[in-house]
Design a protein around this ligand. Structure first.
Ligand code: HDD
Length: 727
């Protein structure tokens, strides 16, 4: 443990790093883990005899200044908080590894992308953008998707998002964008929400944001789980091979569980019922031995290819459609270890876009170029000292050796008198590393041009890919985007801003704009397919909305692109899903056992939700109650039989609400044996009879949820359970 280190074993990065060369990052971090000792001491090592009372002059007298124990304890406490991140303040992280399956040596020299089978330790942090550190996980927002690879060639940080494009093209607009979305400065309202005037004031004056806006109004902005979202490096990066030849690349993370989302009403309710919903899901899943997993994908292309497209690959508001360049899957990231300490690891991790390794380089994307300044800069204000790279979570696993010295909170005890280069007194070490031996050399891109403040004309199409995205959505996805825009824009109080937004939507899709216009009480310019109230609530209107597409531009000549819809082509697994088993005393224990086993076998989790905690039948223990949990926290609900159990549940309003709300959110609801009686007694009984008939068993989820697990037989073998026939 650190406290027991002798001074003769200095905390030299040289020394620790050479040891770390043979260790994994996991071992590195645990070496810094302080477990509680047996003896209570202050920070100077003095044993404490009384931690209950401050030192006073008489039992009822004033506290004495000489109480160094009290003062030290309060001094530390008073300084425990550090500034939260100005964006992405709320996040959760996990450790794991990345393993390459397919070498990219044709394109890059980076060992992490060429050494097949090698496991590189990683730390990933997922975040919302706008909310502060204590805000709710399920706000409608972009999710940060930041991954650090602790490679043998230094740290490589892929600081991405779960959306492949961004609001702005030039980093000089980032402070304006963020000021507009953050709570308004006069009253600090609203928290973690973009549905307010300042955001749409800025957005409506920034047409380049329209493509991103379509994504944030889609279900991508309310993911079901971190494990069910894609990640994107967003920018075009460069890969450089051993011959010095460059290719351009976009990085992707593809979740093994597929891309799935909440529905908006559910997301809002979860924000109150369990603001930690996403971080809890990740924590519990990893603790249960179910890692979060993604495949790393790359789209590799040449400058010459890019020149042929009708959009600019340096423009971060554009994707490279997968139809033009397929995503090759080259490796897998497995997050399988929760942090030991949130502050030490998740809060103090300092990602930087400038953390790259030989063989990977930047492009001239002006957003990336600006980010390359911002991340280093922000760490100093957040972490307070230029020595933040010494923190265990930030330290690379390979050797660090240079002539940087001193500064606040310096941990390293550098030996010797040489801290400059060139020198003879220290054998001129540490010495520069030639490129052939792994020294970083920037790609010698030829650059010339007048010094200007101007946007390239090739960045000029702001609507083409917004249309491409819209056209690529399925009917239900289109309806969700429409409803989301109706919701957010109806909260904008300034009519002029709402009208400006409608003007942009008209350029994306007329029917979409008409639907939103009606919800805002405005006359649609075209179509008239919408009605007051705004939603497409008749079959005919839904059909019109679904069919509505618009010719696109800036799309590589595509009208629709694959990989954008999350309803099409995504695996729908029981794995990672959570089921509520509603039960009361006298529940059919055999059915509960069979269902629980089937769920566990399929990698799903289950809670037994009862009127109270504790035993309900032989071997059946409620771990949640109708009062302390809620259907919004589950993917499906199952009601096993047992006459006494069902009679109790039928008498409880909360049980009725439980199934009704699950139904409202289009979740599968299943019943076994007498369990059907609860469903028929509840207000959804009529509907359920219409859909499924009076028979027991799994009920098809109603439409309206593009990516719901479609029926209970897909949720961990419910069919098996009902087939077990233990009624
Ligand atoms: Fe950023 C944090 C992702 C544009 C400036 N950003 C931050 C994080 C993520 C991203 C995931 C959280 C990292 C963590 O978990 O600690 N940011 C993006 C993406 C962008 C982007 C994908 C566009 C493609 N960001 C962007 C711009 C700027 C910044 C244009 C400034 C010019 N971002 C920051 C920052 C943060 C940050 C202020 C806050 C905390 C931090 O860096 O460490 O420097």
């Amino acid at each position: 443990m650190a406290q027991n280190r002798k001074l003769s074993t200095p905390l030299s990065l040289d020394d620790t790093a050479s040891k770390l060369d043979e260790q994994t990052k996991a071992q590195d971090l645990s070496a810094n883990t302080a477990s509680p000792g047996a003896r209570l001491t202050d920070n100077m090592g003095h044993a404490v005899s009384d931690d209950q009372n401050s030192l006073r002059a008489g039992v009822r007298g004033p506290t004495l200044m000489e109480d160094f124990l009290f003062r030290e304890k309060l001094h530390h406490f008073d300084h425990e908080r550090i500034p939260e991140r100005v964006v992405h303040a709320r996040g959760a992280g996990a450790h794991g590894y990345f393993q390459l399956d397919k070498s990219l040596s044709a394109y890059t020299t980076a060992k992490v992308l060429t050494e097949v089978g090698v496991q590189t330790p990683v730390f990933a942090r997922f975040s919302t953008v706008a909310g502060s550190r204590g805000s709710a996980d399920t706000a409608r927002d972009v999710r940060g998707f930041a991954v650090r690879f602790y490679t043998q060639e230094g740290n490589w940080d892929l600081v991405g998002n779960n959306i492949p494009v961004f609001f702005i093209q030039d980093a000089i607009k980032f402070p304006d964008l963020i000021h507009s979305v953050k709570p308004e400065p006069h009253n600090e309202i609203p928290q973690a929400a973009s549905a307010h005037d300042t955001f749409y004031d800025f957005i409506s004056l920034t047409p380049e944001s329209m493509h991103m806006l379509m994504w944030v109004h889609s279900d991508r902005a309310i993911p079901r789980s971190f494990a069910m979202m894609e990640g994107f490096g967003v920018h075009t990066f460069r890969l450089v091979n051993a011959q010095g030849h460059a290719h351009l690349v976009k990085f992707h993370w593809k979740p093994l569980l597929g891309v799935h989302s909440l529905v908006w009403d559910e997301a809002q309710k979860i924000a109150g019922k369990d603001p930690d919903f996403h971080r809890r899901t990740m924590w519990e899943s990893i603790e249960a031995g179910q890692p979060f997993e993604w495949e790393l994908g790359v789209q590799v292309f040449t400058e010459a290819q890019a020149e042929g497209w009708d959009f600019d690959v340096l423009d971060a508001t554009k994707i490279v459609p997968e139809d033009l360049v397929p995503v090759q899957r080259v490796g897998r990231m497995v997050l399988n270890r929760n942090p030991d300490n949130y502050f030490a690891e998740t809060e103090q991790v300092a990602f930087m876009t400038t953390n790259i390794v030989p063989g990977i380089d930047f492009s001239d994307d002006p957003l990336l170029q600006g980010r390359n300044f911002s991340y280093l800069d922000t760490q100093l204000s957040r972490l307070g000292s230029p020595n933040w790279p010494e923190l265990p979570i930030n330290r690379p696993v390979n050797r660090v050796a240079n002539n940087q010295r001193d500064g606040h909170m310096r941990q390293t005890v550098n030996r010797g008198r040489v801290s400059y280069e060139p020198n003879t007194l220290g054998g001129n070490k540490p010495a520069e590393v030639p490129q052939a031996r792994g020294g970083y050399v920037s790609y010698p891109e030829r650059v010339s041009g007048p010094k200007v403040r101007a946007r390239a004309e090739s960045f000029g199409d702001h609507y083409g890919q917004a249309r491409l995205f819209w056209n690529s959505m399925t009917p239900v996805e289109k309806e969700h985007i429409t409803r989301s825009l109706q919701f957010e824009l109806s909260k904008v109080e300034t009519r002029d801003i709402r009208l400006r937004m409608l003007g942009h939507l008209e350029r994306i899709n007329e029917v979409l704009a008409a639907q939103v216009a009606r919800a805002l009480g405005e006359r649609p310019r075209v179509g008239g397919t919408a009605r007051p109230g705004g939603t497409a609530d008749s079959a005919a209107e839904t059909a019109v909305l679904a069919a509505a597409t618009t010719p696109t531009s800036a799309s590589g000549r595509l009208h629709r692109a694959k990989g954008l819809s999350q309803e099409e082509g995504q695996p729908r697994l029981a794995r990672g899903r959570k089921v509520a088993i509603l039960a009361a005393e006298g529940v059919n224990a055999a059915q509960v056992a069979a269902v629980s086993k089937a769920l566990t076998d399929a990698g799903a989790m289950a809670d037994i939700v009862g009127p109270h905690l504790g035993a309900l039948a032989e071997g059946v223990v409620a771990n949640k109650t109708l009062a302390n949990t809620d259907p919004v926290l589950y993917d499906a609900v199952l009601v096993p039989g047992g006459a006494a159990s069902i009679q109790t549940l039928i008498g409880l309003g909360d049980a009725h609400n439980f199934v009704a709300q699950a139904y409202k959110h289009a979740k599968p609801i299943g019943a076994l044996g007498e369990g059907t009686e609860l469903l028929t007694a509840s207000e959804i009984g009529r509907l359920l009879r219409a859909i499924a008939g009076p028979a027991a068993g799994a009920v098809q989820a109603p439409a309206g949820r593009p990516d719901a697990v479609q029926n209970l037989s897909e949720v961990g073998g419910m069919r098996l359970a009902s087939g077990a026939g233990a009624q």
